[in-house]
Ligand binder design. Sequence first.
Ligand SMILES: [Zn+2]
Length: 146
Amino acid sequence: MTIAVRPEEAIADVPPAPLSSSPPISEEWDDAPRRPAWLTGPCPSWCDRDDHSDADKYDDRRHASVYRLFTLTAAEPHDGHVADDDDAEPPKLEIFLEQHYRESEPRLWIARDQTLHGWHLTIDEMRRLADLLNTMVDVAEGRSRP
Ligand SMILES: [Zn+2]
């Protein structure tokens, strides 16, 4: 059995849409940045990357913090190779945290002059190195015995 409905009646039976200032959920999802398929969890709080993508190669699937440059004022500019150059700058250490998405904790990367020549330190190594440096500062300033 078919019931004929005039268009005016059909419209009248539809309840009015609720007034709301927030957009429908589907629109929020459309505006949210899309996460790559390999990134199954949230970024660590320290991750500064906003360019994770499905196109990232396996080795590039890592979180990274803001990097910091630390000027080594007591070092020869560029290891003495251009010491006579008036424009030579002292070397810098590039330091940042990184964590491959398959690793369980971050590592610290320390490299010289933004090169690939550097070292990764675990969290435990970072802590022990910081303790050693503080001990050496105390010795140097006479607050501790060698
Ligand atoms: Zn990240």
